[in-house]
Design a protein around this ligand. Structure first.
Ligand code: UD1
Ligand code: CA
Length: 455
């Protein structure tokens, strides 16, 4: 259906106002490059049509890596303006009937809005449709000049406005849909602007001058219009994005105690009736189940949480929590930590590359690394898996129902059998058989545990 539309994303500008060694379109918003946002939106808008990014030499390699397979590229070797940039994409989009043109520095444009542009242009007998907005702070935007009848007459760049035109509050957002044949023939005929650039916006005057109608789609979502020219704009967009994401989750049934201090990344997903408390950051590819309670003061990055988990004042990175896990305050999970159903992890603990079985408790001051820990194990305060011998990481295994006394050092590789106990301060250098008790340094067996009936 939309196969006949191709998208061109302009991304070759120098972005000098960012004062950065990094090309503007590679600066990040919500943890992803601006270019990625623009390409995602364009891709959704043209639903299966081609997406071509016009890029400069310095950003080309990084952009190709970022978007591998998602878009193709056209190089703009000289920065001769937005019209010249668009023309560079002519070859890669040839054959398309309509061309959507957007800018990589408008990251909050929604696919729905771009689709509205395309749909309007489909019905338009004239050659182009453009997106406008009404803004009380039209800084830097081209102004939409209308004639007495209210029809579109021209776009005047801010630098070239008369004092009267400067007062116009209808601005050119910088997204357009064109009839392809008209676009390609008209682009090459545009005059050079006084600034020495070819302006895409001059196409409006050209169409109107030729007696052709220019259609307008207007957005009333002020966030969409935030273009990034400076780092100040970037911070503004960050706040706007956060508001958009947070509102979305509240509508989906998630309670946010304080949206202004809640940071939820664009790739995060949350289940209904989860509550997120103040100062909480959910980042990367994180999924959270239903009825969880996260925060306050918590960072969760690239982690998977089941239903009914509670995490207070803690940091989780690359971790997995099954249902009903309770953590914190002040707990730290590092990559490969897997806490199974009903685990309780209290304050000042760290778990890395380890599994804690269902119902296991680790209340206070412990380090567990490279360990397989069974169900219903009690890990006493101050327990440490001494997993690193200076050269390599060694594994620790603790079987179901074991009881690890306070301040036990488990010198890996080592295994503690089912229901075994270690005394307070034990330094365990050898495997501990099941149902036995070991104490001291190095730990030695003092007795078998009471054997239960029938064993
Ligand atoms: C442009 C519009 C302006 C509009 C505003 C909205 C023109 C002449 N002006 O101004 O009417 O209100 O966007 O954001 O189009 N680019 C290239 N190659 C170039 C120049 C620019 O690829 O030679 C790219 C930039 O990377 C950017 C986009 O085109 O993504 C817009 O360029 P920018 O310089 O930011 O234009 P504005 O001054 O914002
Ligand atoms: Ca811009």
């Amino acid at each position: 259906m939309t196969q006949d539309v191709a998208a061109v994303v302009l991304a070759a500008g120098l972005g000098t106002r960012m004062k950065s060694e990094t090309p503007k379109v590679l600066h990040e918003l919500g943890g992803r490059p601006l270019l990625q946002w623009a390409v995602d939106a364009a891709q959704q808008a043209v639903a299966g049509g081609r997406v071509v990014v016009v890029i400069g030499e310095e950003a080309r390699q990084a952009a190709e890596q970022l978007l591998h397979g998602q878009a193709s590229f056209a190089l703009q070797a000289e920065r001769l303006g937005t019209a010249h940039a668009t023309l560079q994409a002519r070859q890669p989009v040839s054959g398309a009937d309509r061309i959507l043109v957007t800018s990589a520095d408008m990251p909050l444009l929604r696919p729905e809005t771009l689709r509205a542009l395309i749909d309007t242009q489909r019905r338009n007998t004239g050659p182009m449709t453009l997106l406008t907005a009404h803004s009380e702070t039209p800084r830097g935007f081209g102004r939409l000049v209308r004639n007495e009848a209210g029809d579109v007459a021209a776009i005047v760049e801010e630098a070239h406005t008369t004092p009267e035109q400067r007062l116009i509050r209808e601005v050119n957002v910088g997204a357009y849909c064109f009839r392809a044949d008209w676009l390609w023939t008209s682009l090459v005929e545009l005059p050079l602007s006084p600034k020495g650039e070819y302006y895409l916006t001059d196409l409006v005057e050209r169409a109107v001058g030729g007696g052709l109608g220019v259609s307008v789609v207007t957005t009333d979502d002020a966030d969409e219009v935030i273009g990034i020219n400076t780092r100040d704009h970037l911070a503004e967009a960050e706040t706007a994005l956060r508001g958009r994401i947070n509102r979305g989750w509240m509508l989906a049934g998630v309670t946010l105690q304080d949206p202004a201090t809640t940071y939820i990344g664009p790739q995060v997903s949350l289940g209904a009736d989860t509550v997120v408390l103040a100062n909480t950051h959910l980042e990367g590819k994180t999924t959270v189940g239903r009825r969880c309670r996260l925060g306050p003061g918590t960072i969760i990055r690239d982690s998977q949480l089941g239903d009914g988990c509670a995490v207070e004042l803690s940091v989780l990175e690359g971790a997995t929590l099954d249902d009903d896990v309770e953590m914190g305050p002040f707990a730290h999970l590092r990559p490969g930590a897997h806490l199974m159903r009903g685990v309780h992890m209290g304050n000042f603990g760290e778990v890395k590359d380890s599994t804690l079985g269902p119902g296991t408790k680790m209340g206070h001051f412990a380090y567990v690394g490279n360990a397989e820990i069974g169900a219903d194990v009690n890990i006493g305060a101050g327990t440490i898996t001494c997993n690193y011998d200076g050269e390599k990481k060694n594994p620790t295994t603790i079987e179901d129902g074991a009881f690890i006394g306070s301040d036990t050092m488990l010198v890996a590789p080592v295994r503690v059998g089912k229901r075994a106990r270690t005394g307070a301060g034990a330094v365990v250098t050898r495997d501990v058989p099941e149902d036995s008790v070991v104490v001291g340094m190095p730990a030695r067996a003092i007795r078998r545990r009471k054997v239960r009936d029938g064993e």
